[in-house]
Design a protein around this ligand. Structure first.
Ligand SMILES: [Cu+2]
Length: 164
């Protein structure tokens, strides 16, 4: 009985092979990409960490620019400086923790003084100006991005002083 089924199996194998080839050609030609032409396309810039007063707590600031057609989300942050990094929004004179920051399609996520920011607590060491801190951003859609973040003077503001 297996002799009668062999041709059918062979046909199925050939059909599968043809399908795989067609898909591979389509992907290579840009007709079908894994995330489609409408995925997020992120770039991170201007990251810095002001030298903190103590090893208890430090803030982190950066900009994520999305030139893609789809939104993404910053879902978590890891670093060699701290195992306890949270995302905060400024609300009035205080701040509240959020679980993620949205990055709109064709938009930016700006983390800056007085606004949304990263909060590093219970630091492994007290970073000082000209140190570098490794920070990895984890996103809902985009692969993680690891940054070599400069530690700046306590009062540093982008555009108001030299960058390392
Ligand atoms: Cu905060």
């Amino acid at each position: 009985m297996t002799g009668r089924r062999t041709p059918l199996t062979a046909v199925a194998l050939i059909a599968t092979g043809v399908l795989v080839t067609v898909l591979a050609l389509a992907m290579a030609s840009g007709l079908a990409r894994p995330f489609g032409p409408s995925g997020p396309d992120l770039a991170v810039s201007g990251a810095y960490l002001p030298q903190p007063v103590t090893a208890e707590i430090a803030g982190g600031y950066l900009t994520v620019t999305n030139t893609g057609d789809a939104a993404d989300e910053l879902t978590s942050v890891t670093s060699d400086l701290s195992d306890d990094i949270t995302m905060h929004q400024s609300v009035g004179d205080g701040m509240r923790q959020v679980v993620s920051f949205k990055i709109p399609a064709h938009g930016t996520l700006e983390l800056q003084r007085g606004g949304s920011h990263l909060m590093f607590t219970r630091l492994d060491r007290k970073p000082v100006e000209s140190d570098r801190v490794s920070v990895t951003l984890h996103f809902a859609e985009t692969a993680p991005v690891t940054l070599d973040v400069p530690v700046e003077a306590p009062t540093f503001t982008p555009g108001a002083g030299p960058r390392s």
